[in-house]
Design a protein around this ligand. Structure first.
Ligand SMILES: O=C1NC(=O)NC(C(=O)O)N1
Length: 310
């Protein structure tokens, strides 16, 4: 096995890299590109029970230091992604679930469970989509988040993960971690989803970059790396019995190494994957192998979570 080989919840992967939910993973064509890329694993577009068109376009825009999006959960519907999981062979597969209500999430979790047990696919429950008008992010409502996780874990007796929004207050890290530590089925935390409701402005046209919500959308890319790293490390420190998956600001081996130093077991790539395409995984894998060799590391575990403080 190569130097980048690692295991996640008992599944061996050839490298720690995968796409961020939502990027290059909505359609069969997208999923085929991911499956045939060098990524060690892959995740499907956050799904709802019924298929959704999503928000009006333009709903994604590249920006000077990353991206802004307000997709609005466009997806082919839960049944499609469940069937994809049934038929999929090969690399570790995550299924992102983002119901429009607690009942929707409970229904999808209940229906996904036998497929997860049969195929080894892993559920990532998305509690942090910032882009459905009128739907606040559950991740910012601790009472509701606890209820969601208790209800889902009562029907889903397999390990699953939670896709979290970025938090910015130490008290919020403490309160959120206390909830996750109450629920054994929560096996990993994916930090972070986009920084919600940013605004990108084009000076020449004096106009916003995207159509939905007067231009308000989730930020990704270089804008969010320090925030993503802080959230990875905050939950790595507070939830020693859980794994952390890093997401946010990864363009190369350099940022991926920072995420793993901060405690990430896997590293998701969103904006950079959208901009560069799936060949980014071969580039990052090659860069990462060189970085590990230059530093004298033989395995990911040699440096995972080993961030030094002053
Ligand atoms: O959870 C999500 N995060 C985002 O940044 N965008 C998508 C979306 O809008 O579908 N969902």
């Amino acid at each position: 096995a190569g130097a980048l080989t690692t295991t996640f919840l008992g599944h061996q992967v050839s490298n720690p890299f995968l796409n961020a939910a939502g990027v290059l993973c909505r359609t069969p064509e997208d999923l085929l590109q991911l499956a045939s890329s060098v990524s060690g694993s892959m995740i499907t577009k956050s799904c709802t029970v019924e298929p959704r068109e999503g928000n009006p376009e333009p709903r994604y825009a590249a920006a000077p230091y990353g991206s802004i999006n307000s997709m609005g959960l466009p997806n082919l519907g839960f049944e499609f992604y469940k069937q994809f999981a049934v038929e999929h062979r090969g690399k570790l597969l995550f299924i992102s679930v983002s119901g429009m209500s607690m009942d929707e999430n409970v229904k999808m979790a209940k229906d996904l469970l036998p497929v997860a047990k049969e195929t080894g696919c892993i559920m990532e429950l998305n509690l942090s989509c910032p882009n459905v008008p009128g739907k606040p992010q559950v991740g910012y409502d601790f009472t509701t988040m606890r209820e969601y996780l208790q209800r889902v874990s009562s029907v889903y007796d397999a390990p699953f993960g939670v896709k979290l929004p970025p938090y910015f207050d130490i008290a919020h890290f403490d309160q959120a971690a206390a909830i996750f530590n109450e629920i054994p089925q929560v096996a990993f935390l994916t930090c972070v989803n986009s920084l919600g409701n940013g605004l990108v402005i084009d000076v020449d046209t004096e106009t916003v970059a995207i159509k939905p919500k007067d231009g308000f959308g989730g930020l990704g890319g270089r804008y969010i790396l320090p925030t993503a790293l802080a959230n990875v490390n905050a939950f790595y420190r507070r939830c020693p019995t859980k794994l952390v998956v890093g997401c946010g600001g990864v363009y190369s081996a350099n940022e991926a190494f920072q995420h793993i130093l901060a405690g990430a077991s896997l590293v998701q790539v969103g904006t950079a994957l959208h901009e560069e395409g799936p060949q980014i995984f071969q580039r990052v894998v090659d860069e990462f192998a060189l970085l590990m060799r230059a530093k004298g590391y033989n395995t990911i575990d040699d440096f995972k979570g080993k961030l030094k403080t002053l």
